[in-house]
Design a protein around this ligand. Structure first.
Ligand SMILES: Nc1ncnc2c1ncn2[C@@H]1O[C@H](COP(=O)(O)OP(=O)(O)OP(=O)(O)O)[C@@H](O)[C@H]1O
Length: 585
């Protein structure tokens, strides 16, 4: 029953709808008592040779009225209860999705996509079933079962009723005993489903890599293994279900045996009529569904309980990124001061940044270079407030970035990662994603600056071409340029290009950088790159190594010093020349 308690907030909010539904169920149950009674009366009339046309017509009219009444009452409870259950699913779904949107990177590192999707679909459905089917099963076992029992006692014979219901407590014992086991088994089964979901999601997203490495069979084997594990856990749930279901059949069979033995002797000894016995047996058949409902109820509740906890565990996770609702509400402007003494990723003791400091005067450009894993992206992630727990501070225009409201701070930053995500929408919608009200002229200017115009002209439907998963595949370079245009459209105070020019050729890179220089006067830019030509023109360049600043200065200063930068620059220049000689771009 604890799931009913946990969902108390919802039942309280929707009490009118549930009251209306339960009233419908009560009317249905009361009207259902009439037909067996009428059948019993008819049997007695036939048995006593007293049946007249008039009494037959009256009986049939009462039966018809009861049937029509039940139709109306059933409609009443079905719309109320199923409607309330659907509303709960909607409420929880919106709450969960809204919560996903507020969560930080630590959360997304902890939970995998397949798991998050499983909880937002399968688990929410199991909870929804409690508010619909569960309530119905609960009301059915109590209301329908109760009214039928009362009818059996008052309209037929209470002693016979007591004998017939003797096996019923067995049901409660089994429900209690198996219910707890079902809860644990179902929890395992949902967790297994999450893992399976995750595996499917990763394999589908990574299919290109799997195929290019010829790992299809290994991946299929791995998937099959996950399927087997999921099926095994589900079998346990099914076995528990299978132990429960036959109990209801046994109880009903025992009740029939008791009724026939005891009822028969009561008829023979003239305590009840044969018509009474027929009514009683009909009532007993009406108890089958409430008895099944008790079994189903425990099942629904335990599954719902396990799933509700899984959903609530996510909803109760707090983002480590704190939005200062009382914080600074204006757009950040001015110099950017970065001074991080120490930062490591959550659950990873290894230091990711150590004593990293730089100042970018407003309107200037900083280049960040360094080996793979040197800490370039980590700097960006702190600037984007994806992680807020570090020693030191980052100030934008004399204000600590943690003191800004997120809604004021983040829209001032245009971030372009190396592999930007495109939505399954048109090119125009993808570019205008953060500024849907942008005019055509603004979009075209951003496209021009990202050197994308000629590429869009070549697409079949130009700006209206559908891209993303459901649309045409753009090349890596085209995707990067769509993402750059998307960031430029919002005219960010701070533009961050995180290896965002890696897939475009040197000529295009040069054009884009020239455009940025021309268009972004007075606005700050950070460019992280492996190809050093991307940062050559920056006002300052820092070379990262193992989370620390190893070298810093302008291009000329760094070239004057025999360090990683110069060696790398010369190597890349040589490679360019060799490629140029081979006719490559
Ligand atoms: N989410 C994370 N959790 C734990 N460690 C991480 C996480 N992201 C990155 N790291 C580690 O932090 C270090 C710096 O990574 P970062 O992504 O900043 O490097 P990078 O210089 O941007 O590399 P690349 O050039 O490949 O993009 C690496 O050792 C990396 O393994």
């Amino acid at each position: 029953m604890s799931i009913f308690k946990k969902l108390g907030w919802y039942f309280k909010a929707e009490w009118k709808t549930y009251l209306f539904g339960l009233l419908g169920l009560l009317i249905t149950a009361l009207l259902a008592v009439i037909p067996p009674r009428m059948i019993g009366i008819l049997v007695d009339l036939i048995h006593g040779h007293q049946l007249t046309v008039k009494s037959l017509v009256v009986d049939l009219l009462i039966l018809l009225a009861a049937a029509l009444g039940q139709y109306g009452a059933r409609y009443m409870w079905r719309t109320a209860i199923w409607g309330a259950a659907a509303k709960l699913e909607k409420t929880l779904r919106q709450r969960l999705f809204g919560h996903y949107m507020t969560m930080d990177q630590t959360f997304y590192q902890k939970y995998r996509t397949g798991d998050l999707m499983a909880r937002a679909t399968n688990d929410l459905q199991a909870v929804q079933r409690v508010a619909g089917g569960g309530i119905l099963q609960f009301a059915d076992s109590i209301i329908t079962g109760g009214t039928t029992l009362i009818a059996m006692m008052t309209l037929v014979n209470w002693r016979l009723t007591l004998i017939a219901v003797l096996p019923f407590p067995l049901l409660a014992v089994m429900a209690y005993y198996l219910g707890q086991k079902i809860n644990i088994a179902f929890r395992d089964s949902q967790a297994a489903f999450s893992r399976l979901n995750n595996k499917a999601q990763e394999s589908i997203s990574g299919v290109k890599v799997i195929k290019s490495l010829g790992q299809e069979q290994e991946d299929i084997d791995d998937f099959n293994q996950q399927v087997d594990q999921t099926i095994n856990v589900n079998r346990r749930v099914n076995r528990l279900d299978a132990l429960f279901d036959p109990i209801t059949t046994v109880i009903i069979a025992l009740a029939y045996v008791a009724t026939i033995v005891m009822g028969g002797s009561l008829v023979v000894s003239h305590v009840i009529t044969i018509g009474n016995l027929v009514s009683f047996i009909t009532y007993l058949s009406m108890m089958i569904w409430p008895i099944f409902a008790v079994g189903m109820l425990f099942n629904t509740m335990e599954r719902g309980n396990a799933s509700y906890d899984r959903v609530m565990n996510l909803i109760n996770e707090k983002s480590q990124v704190v939005d200062q609702t009382e914080g600074v509400g204006h757009r950040p402007e001015g110099d950017l001061d970065f001074n991080v003494v120490n930062f490591h990723y959550p659950d990873d003791p290894q230091v990711a940044l150590k004593n990293v400091s730089f100042t970018i005067p407003a309107g200037k450009t900083l280049g960040i270079v360094g080996r793979v894993g040197a800490g370039k992206t980590t700097i960006m992630r702190l600037l984007l407030r994806q992680f807020e727990r570090y020693q030191g501070w980052i100030k934008y225009g004399d204000t600590n970035i943690l003191d800004y409201q997120l809604d004021s701070y983040l829209p001032a930053i245009g971030y372009v990662p190396q592999d930007s995500f495109l939505f399954s929408e048109s090119v125009r919608e993808n570019i205008a994603f953060a500024k849907p009200e942008a005019t055509n002229k603004e979009v075209e200017q951003a496209v021009e600056d990202a050197d994308l115009a000629s590429q869009i002209d070549q697409l079949e439907n130009g700006y209206d071409t559908l891209v993303g998963e459901e649309g045409v595949s753009l090349s890596g370079g085209q995707r990067q340029r769509v993402a750059i245009a998307r960031a430029l459209l919002i005219q960010p105070e701070l533009l961050i290009l995180d290896d965002a020019l890696s897939a475009v050729d040197a000529e295009t890179e040069s054009k884009i950088l020239t455009n940025l220089h021309r268009e972004r006067v007075g606005k700050t830019t950070i460019i992280a790159a492996h190809r050093l030509s991307s940062v050559m023109r920056a006002d300052e360049i820092i070379v990262m190594d193992h989370g620390m600043v190893a070298e810093r200065g302008t291009h000329d200063q760094l070239m004057a010093h025999d360090g990683w930068y110069r060696q790398m620059f010369e190597r890349q220049e040589l490679e360019m020349r060799v490629r140029g000689a081979n006719g490559e771009k």
